[in-house]
Design a protein around this ligand. Sequence first.
Ligand code: NI
Length: 204
Amino acid sequence: MDTFKISQIHFLRKFIEIKDEYNQLVKKRQEAIMKHHLVYYGHEKLRQKADPVTEFDSDLVSLSEAMFKIMKKYNGIGLAAPQIALSKKFVTIDLTSYDKEKLVIVNPEIVWRSEKKGPYDEGCLSIPGIFETVDRPLEVVVNAYNLDGEQIEIKADDILARVLQHEIDHLNGIMFVDHLEEYIRKEYTKELKKIKKMNKQALF
Ligand code: NI
């Protein structure tokens, strides 16, 4: 066998190895996406305080990809890990429909809130079909980490400030309907009961 052929074989082997590695990665990511699904109002994980993320590894990257896929599927602009029954301080935000950015936010902490509050119609992938006006501070500053484990500071106003507060609430077991006046929440009793049942349906 001449050297040309040997190097060709080496090249092919290397190519197959890389392809295998790639296929495994794709499979792992598909599995990560398949195993995660939304949970709904009434699910116990939505009422727990989430645990801080400690490992900034490839699993976390896969998780972020799975969460972005879920948001895309349901037209969501923000998703917190407890919404897929994971008690982790992990949030994905996709504001590309507002000509803004995609963000992955780990272990976020709101360190400043503006005194000025304002109303905004909120909805939640875990409470489908219900939209109500919630008053919240118009600006916030959030300290967090990115996927690489680097510290980040986010100064947010407008829609980003809104989504951040909504999602960080999820990490503390709080849902947007908790902010509504009792008499408004009562108007949704029937709907909320129906939504609770979706947790059982989701198992099949
Ligand atoms: Ni939500």
